[in-house]
Design a binder for this molecule. Structure first.
Ligand SMILES: [Zn+2]
Ligand SMILES: [Zn+2]
Length: 342
């Protein structure tokens, strides 16, 4: 049985005082390496005798297809100058997950990725991939609506990782295409009114990640679950309710983790749950200063034991991970709380 270790953390002011230099507000994903690095991390975690090794290995195959797809996406319609101005003026996401008119390119990609994965899929996953390779437009659009609005009723859980993975490719492509189209004119992406939501698409984060660049030591970024954009939020602030009063960190107690596989223990030291007593939610935080290869999505998947532990204390998960939708602790999806619409 694993026990928990809870420690109080420094106040936001103490942390701010220790930081230095200018902090970049947004960190954009790299088209050439984003999913390739995630695949590498998943294989590293899967290969170390992890209890979920087979699952992590199959997700690595899926992420491999995401990288191939991201580098060969066709041009898709982008928002015009008027839409850019309007989003900036209203302080809302430019490419909102819930409302953006999706191009049909994502549906073709979903079918192609399912077909490509089929030969490598474990026996239990082949039926759903066969189904997805032939899925019709109505089904795909309906499932995308449910996924992107955080609705559990009617969601095809077995299909969610592949469809979520396809939508990630499409939205990351949108984000990078819009950014590239505005090169030299200033980025159309910036702060929006709701600092808990992704400034590009309004989605919830998968996890926090700490990053050090130049003189900015250990800055906390929220990693978008859909478009892979990262936005800065000061440490010591709850990413769900913005309270700075009742935060604590929880992690797996290494001393008590003897008997668990070594990979789970190694992951535990690099990933913590930041819990908030004010709103009862938690979000994981992965530390690049403890391991430069941590990836918000991969390390979130590999630290499911931590979710089970925090769930015992009654805290609810704030992070969204499409690859974790099936077999995830409840409640992962909240019907009353679509992303970006709280
Ligand atoms: Zn986003
Ligand atoms: Zn909170």
């Amino acid at each position: 049985m694993t026990s928990s270790a809870t420690v109080r953390i420094m106040s936001a002011e103490e942390i701010a005082a220790r930081g230095g230099g200018d902090t970049v507000f947004l960190r954009f994903p790299e088209r050439a390496t984003l999913f390739a690095e995630r695949e590498m991390r998943l294989r590293q975690l899967a290969g170390a005798g992890h209890a979920l090794g087979d699952y992590l290995g199959f997700m690595a195959d899926l992420v491999h297809e995401q990288q191939r797809a991201l580098q060969s996406m066709p041009a898709v319609p982008l928002p015009g100058a008027e839409a850019v101005d309007r989003a900036a003026r209203d302080g809302v996401p430019l490419l909102p997950a819930a409302d953006w008119p999706r191009d049909m390119a994502w549906r073709d990609l979903a079918r192609r990725m399912a077909a490509a994965l089929l030969p490598r899929a474990p026996e239990g996953g082949r039926d759903v991939l066969r189904r997805l390779a032939e899925a019709d437009d109505v089904y795909l659009e309906r499932q995308a609506d449910l996924l992107l609005n955080g609705l559990a009723t009617g969601l095809d859980m077995a299909a969610a990782p592949l469809l979520g993975g396809t939508l990630q490719v499409y939205w990351t492509h949108l984000l990078l295409s819009v950014q590239a189209a505005h090169q030299g004119q200033g980025s159309p992406f910036g702060r929006i009114d709701d600092e808990t939501a992704c400034p590009c698409c309004g989605s919830r984060p998968t996890a926090s990640i700490t990053r050090t660049s130049g003189e900015s030591l250990g800055q906390r970024y929220l990693h978008c679950s859909l478009c892979n954009l990262e936005w800065h939020m000061v440490r010591g602030k709850c990413p769900h309710c913005l309270s700075t009063q009742s935060l604590a960190y929880q992690s797996l107690d290494l001393a008590d983790a003897v008997g668990e596989d070594s990979a789970s223990r190694a992951t535990a030291a690099k990933v913590q749950a930041e819990t908030c007593d004010d709103c009862g939610h938690y979000l994981k935080i992965a530390h690049t200063d403890r391991d430069p290869f941590v990836d918000p999505v991969a390390d979130d998947l590999a630290s499911l034991t931590l979710d089970l532990l925090v769930a015992e204390t009654g805290k609810q998960r704030h992070g969204v991970n499409f690859m974790l939708l099936f077999g995830a602790p409840e409640p992962l999806l909240e019907d009353e709380s679509p992303p970006g619409k709280r």
